[in-house]
Design a protein around this ligand. Structure first.
Ligand SMILES: Cc1cc2nc3c(=O)[nH]c(=O)nc-3n(C[C@H](O)[C@H](O)[C@H](O)COP(=O)(O)OP(=O)(O)OC[C@H]3O[C@@H](n4cnc5c(N)ncnc54)[C@H](O)[C@@H]3O)c2cc1C
Length: 457
């Protein structure tokens, strides 16, 4: 995803290839697709993966595209690949992550959930009546389990920790999520380790989950092998600085494979922001461009469970945290404050409050003094009234599209949500901002608001 974005960002700045010649080497045989939406494909919400690049991109952008070819080693100014050697002046590693399989007998028979082939295998086997075990109760495991339950298969979600999504939620939030998934038909087993897969999933407490298929979602690891073998500095990811440079001055790294102090890995938005910075640097558009980090926002893509979190999970351990839990109603809200700023939070089953939380977190705007109203979503959500949204508010997190960019595109002729999506990419990531984009389009159609300012538009 991030390598594809880099090609696009470079060609935006250098449309005729006058300063940068591009070659892309990709192990997957098909052009880049939206990996984030694979959960939606698994759940049956999309027939297949969504391409990230326009038709004819390689020819139009003059890119030497070597798909279905793997890079095998980095030499001195040469990239060795399965289809031959490629000399380079600059090498950008955007090798992503790979699924991590737990060291248990039979794990290799499970299906990881990382790429389109994995997704196709899971969908193909998800016939009514088939019993699935899903191992791992992080975002991916919860999305896979929910998606499978929607396909009328029997699903048991097994997680070794005492509650789901322990990296994003505290125990009461995790309990609300677990109960919501149970109501949607997922059998949730917590606090127990899987020991082997052998005609069922064997657990450390001696019980066996009767299942025909195993989906493994036990985490990912940055794909660092090429860099490591070339002697480039690697910690858990390939270590990069604010210019995305590795310890080898000719080699850069972006996306899941890169480790920058300002961000964790495993989410696409940091990679997309990194691609834009690197394109500025490589094309000479802005030699002062620097990547300083991304503030994490995560959303669970599970139909029937509205869950969003912002900030580092540790924020919820701080002193100034507001909480509300309604397990029976499937609702939960937690907000970590630093003075009047939202610095972390998690919301389940409270979409309005979640939208408000994300907006205050993103914009860093001072939150209203009515904290109870803020926590429960009674403060008018900035996104529910497009006119009140600040111009700099990020509407589409996946693509960093602001309200101001959408208004500019609308004035340039993109006067419906689909056209706004094509012009700005808003709504083409995880799709969770679609309602907001539609609301903005309606608002713009009702009355061209004139020049927008940083306050109310
Ligand atoms: C089901 C699913 C749902 C997700 N949902 C979300 C979400 O809601 N929000 C979010 O932010 N993120 C989500 N993610 C994570 C997101 O997809 C990643 O953060 C994103 O794909 C990272 O992009 P990337 O380009 O760094 O890596 P990738 O998209 O993994 O691309 C790396 C590519 O490099 C190729 N490659 C690796 N090694 C070599 C080699 N030696 N030679 C040639 N090619 C090589 C790989 O085959 C792969 O095609 C999800 C991931 C999955 C699997």
């Amino acid at each position: 995803m991030v390598g594809a974005r880099l090609l696009e960002e470079v060609r935006r700045r250098d449309p005729r290839g006058e300063s940068v010649e591009l070659t892309v080497v990709g192990a997957e045989a098909r052009p880049a697709y939206n990996r984030v939406l694979l959960s939606t494909v698994l759940a049956g919400g999309l027939p297949s993966a969504v391409d990230l690049l326009p038709d004819g991109w390689a020819q139009e952008w003059g890119v030497d595209a070597r798909l279905g070819a793997a890079a095998t080693a980095i030499g001195d100014g040469i990239l060795h690949t399965t289809t031959g050697d490629l000399p380079f002046d600059v090498l950008v590693l955007a090798t992503g992550s790979r699924a991590w399989l737990p060291p248990m007998p039979g794990a290799e028979q499970g299906i990881p959930f990382r790429d389109l082939d994995d997704c196709a295998r899971i969908v193909e086997r998800a016939r009514p009546g088939v019993r699935f075990a899903v191992l791992g109760g992080g975002l991916l495991g919860c999305e896979a389990a929910r998606g499978l339950a929607g396909r009328d298969v029997k699903v048991t979600l097994v997680h070794p920790k005492p509650h789901l999504l322990e990296r994003q939620l505290d125990p009461s939030g995790g309990a609300v999520l677990g109960a919501a998934l149970e109501r949607l038909g997922v059998d949730v087993r917590l606090g127990v380790r899987a020991t082997s897969w052998d005609r069922g999933l064997h657990l450390a407490d001696g019980s066996v989950i009767a299942a025909d298929e195993l989906v493994i979602a036990t985490g990912v690891r940055p794909e660092t092998a090429l860099a490591e073998a070339a002697g480039i500095a690697v910690d858990h990811g390939i270590v990069v600085d604010d210019r995305l440079a590795t310890s080898d001055p000719r080699v850069f790294a972006i996306g899941d494979c890169a480790q920058h102090p300002g961000t964790g890995t495993g989410l696409v938005q940091p990679g997309w922001e990194q691609a834009a910075v690197l394109a500025d640097l490589l094309t000479g558009t802005d030699q002062a461009a620097r990547y300083t980090g991304t503030r994490p926002v995560t959303r669970l893509k599970a139909r029937g469970v509205d869950l969003a979190t912002v900030g580092a999970p540790a924020a919820l351990d701080g002193a100034d945290v507001l909480r509300f839990a309604d397990p029976a109603g499937g609702r939960y809200a937690a907000l970590a404050m630093d003075g009047d700023r939202v610095v972390g939070g998690a919301m389940i089953g409270m979409p309005e409050a979640a939208a408000t939380m994300v907006q205050y977190f993103d914009t860093g705007a001072p939150a209203p003094s009515d904290r109870l109203g803020l926590l429960l979503g009674r403060t008018p959500a900035m996104t529910s009234d497009p006119g009140r949204l600040p111009a700099s508010a990020v509407v589409c997190r996946c693509n960093t599209v602001t309200k101001s960019a959408l208004v500019t595109a609308w004035r340039a002729g993109a006067t419906d949500p689909a056209a706004l999506g094509r012009a700005t990419r808003a709504g083409t990531g995880c799709g969770s901002c679609t309602d907001t984009v539609c609301g903005l389009a309606d608002w713009l159609a009702a009355a061209d608001p004139g020049p927008i300012t940083e306050g109310a538009a």
